[in-house]
Design a protein around this ligand. Sequence first.
Ligand code: HEM
Length: 713
Amino acid sequence: MASKTPATRSTSKKKAAGTGATKKGGTAASSTEPRGQGDELQQQAGGERPRLTTNQGLVIADNQNSLKSTPSGPTLLEDFILREKITHFDHERIPERIVHARGSGAHGYFELKKSLARYTRAKLFTEVGKRTPVFTRFSTVAGGAGSVDTPRDVRGFAVKFYTGEGNFDLVGNNIPVFFIQDAMKFPDVVHSVKMEPDRAFPQAASAHDTFWDFITLTPESMHMIMWAMSDRTIPRSLRTIEGFGVHSFRLLDEAGASTFVKFHWRPKLGLQSTVWDEALKLQAADNDFHRRDLFEAIQAGDFPEWEFGVQLFTEAEAEAFPFDHLDPTKIIPEALVPVQIVGRMVLDRWPDNFFAETEQVAFCPANIVPGIDFSNDPLLQGRLLSYLDTQLIRLGGPNFNQIPVNQPKCPFANHQRDGHMQMQVHKGRVNYEPSSLQADSPRADAQAGFRSHATMPDDGAKGRVRPESFADHYSQARMFFRNLEAAEQAHLASSLVFELSKVETPRVRERMVGHLLHIDESLAQRVADGLGLDTLPPAPPAAVPPQDMPPAPEVRIIGRMRETLEGRCVGILIDEGSDAAALKALRKAAEAAGATVKIVAPKLGGAVLSDGKKQPADGQLAGTPSVVFDAVAILLGEAAGKKLAKESAAVDFVAFAWAHLKAIAHDAGAAPLLKAGNVGKDAGIVDAADARGFIAAAKTRQWGREPKLRTLA
Ligand code: HEM
């Protein structure tokens, strides 16, 4: 039988204090706390510390030692406390999502600014000023749950609106199109991009044979490939990505009349991406770069915000588009249908518990509310099945809707019963309908309830067919590439060269260049040159010859980025003797411009500045490379500048800031370090005394610097 009090021995300090009680509210182990016979710490309940119990509520007397045949015999099977603890631990992991396994989420609200009552009866979109709670999860697609935040990958952008009429999930991505046109192909595209099945690599990367083999045999993916190889897939922050519902949905008014809608999210901070070399180095510098960035912004009260927009169009307008809007590989250019901003989303609360909320949240495109309906997009139709099906196994049974993060915040009641992990205690005899035995048994409501749009009757035939109207695979891919700024085009061409250079099978590489000939001949030539191909491979047959489309500047990032330091981070490298006044002035200017400032020094304890005062550091130089900042300042005394010029972490700090097109402010003492890092001169290299000039340069990247630094395709 467990003894009433732990078998403790008192330390001499405890004896002196005369008590084993902990300090009120204290969490650190104190030398006054009791210890066991083997000197193990035996922290005790009391004061603000509640008692530790088993899951049955039994108070535990000793959380350090299993029950043994004393003093040193085997552990006894009888130890139900040990068995409960270990068994629970053994089952702590649940299957990760088959896609989008790596993600970060936050709570917040959606606020409607402009009523859509003309188009929909969904109260979410008709009650101006109303705040609807949301939970939003961002994710990468290909990598496992433990993979890094910054591979080249599409980002998921899933929002659960807890409306008064039920949950509405807008399960989108940061790219407005998708790789495939029919749900039948989803397992294939996902298998091809995930780790190859025989070797289990590469993790979280599309740069390998199976992906490009599939893609080059699937021309419908060409438009998405243009987006995927662009800077959109290497975002600076989750706070600087757009979101798209991708498919056309329907809005239904009170009378059931339908208007098609595409949903858009636009980041308040503007779009911002990294450069590829920076993204690669971030994978080493901080696995959790995006998660940490979101967490820190929310903790600091710098709440991430997006505008919410809609593109609305009628069936007749859709008929006139030069493409089929039900094809999820097509966007509706804004020249055809402008985006109207009707609301905003603010994320203002980090989850209390990652597993309970971010991991267990279950989004599903089938979760909609009265006034919204699906379109016949064949990819969307497949998604309506897939999410519930996968969540049944991922979350262990049919009652995952009762997990707090998934529960509607409006009343819900039906006759579904029992099943694994049933949390509700249903009362009464009636679990069926029609029924007459229980007055408060729930019933359908023909007026308030969800009604599907009455679609046109089809011709009665059935078949596994792809609409002919889906056959143009190249026109919008061309539109995307040709609307990019020159620097973005060079990045896209270079990322194709990077990815295809990892493909071992020559015919796969060549097939891709063949497709590029339909998109843009100069792009095909650049990629062929980058791969070292002597001749251009033939273009595959195109079912529909590509058409030139009107300008669509909305696809680009450069030019649509906000020149701002808001939400960004400036790193200041200091060492012994750094100029205190310059540090103060730069910090003040950066913070006034909305940036966070972090001090980096060779030692975390910091350095004594020119004014004789010690300045603590936020990051140690060797573990805080410049890739984690948007702009840097180097403030060094003469001796420190010479010393750090021989320190590789410091040399990399300036060299990478230069290579990643960032602004660098520096003083005279930093000159030897900049020289060692081969930092050149341009508008982004600013005298540290010129705080205003530094802030102006730090608000953007120095795109003009790039051709001097690296050979882009
Ligand atoms: C037929 C096509 C598709 C199928 C079958 C499919 C299936 C899935 C599945 C099984 C999951 C894991 C869900 C979970 O375990 O909770 C998932 C997650 C996700 N999918 Fe899809 N998907 C498809 C297309 C798309 C498209 C086109 C988008 C973007 C519009 C998208 C966005 C997402 C997002 C954002 C998540 C992560 C949700 C979260 O954060 O938990 N998927 N998808």
